[in-house]
Design a protein around this ligand. Structure first.
Ligand SMILES: CC(C)(COP(=O)(O)OP(=O)(O)OC[C@H]1O[C@@H](n2cnc3c(N)ncnc32)[C@H](O)[C@@H]1OP(=O)(O)O)[C@@H](O)C(=O)NCCC(=O)NCCS
Length: 199
């Protein structure tokens, strides 16, 4: 028997706001794992995701199993994104106004390998095109391949991202701070960008 595809819905504004508690839980669950090891708190998650609901150009593509959200991916015009992202682009002479920033993709492990990740990219690229943006960008944490916390057999997503048409830009990076599991304070983490021309 083949597994049916998950339903993907692109949510913005009030529809996104209504879904936020479930989406916060997804982020906390998936980002607690390698390579992010994120020890997040619900209050920060609520503020972070509420910014997407407040931006009319932003969207979350949500994967549903029945009525239950099991994964999501966000996107937003980079010009409206807070934090260090737009500054990193300006520092390299790139105009943030040309880019759609893909914030994250998270999918519960038991739902992986069924095409939702591919669908997250297709739906976010469609949103970027609707907004008239010329390119897409996301960033991923840079880890030492010899990090002893790396689970045996972990496969990096680089190949998956290349297959979606993105190219790494090791010269383009930013720093986000978060508390890792087992730590008592936030530490800085380098995230490196991947870019795709949507023209
Ligand atoms: C990133 C992530 C969302 C990808 O999710 P996924 O649903 O497993 O990805 P997919 O199933 O769409 O794609 C995986 C592969 O299976 C293939 N695939 C399997 N079944 C498929 C189907 N039914 N339809 C389309 N593609 C399918 C895809 O083509 C892809 O292979 P390819 O790269 O050779 O083309 C998931 O791995 C994840 O949550 N990772 C942890 C969090 C993380 O690190 N996120 C990234 C940084 S924010």
């Amino acid at each position: 028997m083949t597994t049916p595809p998950l339903r993907l819905d692109t949510l913005s504004g009030d529809a996104l706001r209504a879904a936020l508690p479930g989406l916060s839980r997804l982020r906390l669950t998936v980002f607690a794992e390698w390579p992010y090891l994120y020890d997040g708190d619900a209050a920060h998650e609520a503020r972070y995701l509420a910014a997407y609901a407040a931006d009319p150009g932003a969207a979350a593509v949500v994967a549903f199993d029945g009525a239950t959200p099991v994964g999501m991916a966000t996107c937003q015009p980079m010009a409206g994104a807070g934090g260090p992202v737009a500054a990193a682009f300006r520092a390299r002479g790139l105009d943030p106004a040309r880019f759609c920033y893909f914030g994250e993709s998270v999918l519960l492990p038991e739902y992986r390998g069924r095409g939702a990740g591919v669908g997250f990219f297709a739906a976010r690229e469609a949103q970027a095109r609707r907004l008239g943006l010329a390119a897409a960008a996301f960033c991923a944490v840079v880890r030492n391949p010899n990090d002893p916390r790396r689970p045996a057999g972990h496969v990096p997503l680089d190949g998956f991202w290349r297959n979606r048409g993105f190219a790494p830009r090791p010269d383009l990076s930013c720093v986000f701070s978060w508390k890792e599991i087992g730590d008592d304070r936030e530490t800085p983490h380098v995230l490196s960008f991947w870019l795709k021309d949507l023209a």
